[in-house]
Design a protein around this ligand. Sequence first.
Ligand code: CUA
Length: 320
Amino acid sequence: MDTGFRIHPEQASTAAPQVDALYFFLLGVSIFFTVLIAGLIVYFAIRFRQSAKTTRRPMEGNMALEITWIVVPLVIVTMIFFWSMSMYYDMSRIPEDALEIHVVAKQWMWKFQHPLGRREIDTLHVPAGRAVKLTMISQDVIHSFFVPAFRVKQDVLPGRYSRTWFEATEPGEYHLFCAEYCGTSHSQMIGRVVVMPQAEYQTWLAGGPKPDEPQAAGEALFARLRCGGCHGDGREAPKRGPLLAGVFERRVPLQSGTTVTADEDYLRQSILRPDARLVAGFEPMMPSYQGQLGEEEMNDLIAYLKSLGHAAVPAGANQP
Ligand code: CUA
């Protein structure tokens, strides 16, 4: 991990050189105009001072000058706009094949869960050369996931999933900060990101204590909360609640007449506030699970619902 003084953090992700190029361009433009304007102020102050014998005739207007100071800034800001827009677009579009890691932030720690279930706190292991998607949520207040070396900063909100991604390029250790003031120990909410070669990451993933696979943990929760009583086991058509097999990312018709894509946010809301966006054709009879599930349990439960995605939907089953 780099500890010495540097003007800007090391570049350790695919986005870093692009962000820096734009940053240095902005810095260059700012320095150029600051020096130009400050220099002209000093020059004019001396050249046109009261005691000077210069003839001063008032200026009536100068078309060439006006056009220049409209066109030059226009070209520069338009360039900045399109440059940053295309970069922002790349940064907000998460690659399809990204490795998904779940992040739960709370006062004052970062909890991570890997695809096969391995969990860790305040240290995040990731493979180099592979896109990593973070699906993040906070258990309490707003935090912000910030890895300067990756040029990645994303707020982590309570009650809503936020997502970001990066592709680390250099194996090594990097600082992780919380970049949103979140209470007394905000400054302690720090950690590290360990970037490993892919093969080493696979070994690491398989190591450690036998993890609870999110999907299995979710299935156990599904049983413990007795979700099956109304929703069935996901394979047969249930009676009182919508069928859950294949629900993830399906378009769901709602009581209100609109439809919604059953993404993580919708599933989470439907567990906590079932009546908020009720599926068409069902009674508002499901109890709320608000306060009964932590965010990590919620992740497990959603992982289980996702795993039902490929279960065969029987013919004639009532579609949620
Ligand atoms: Cu979490 Cu600041």
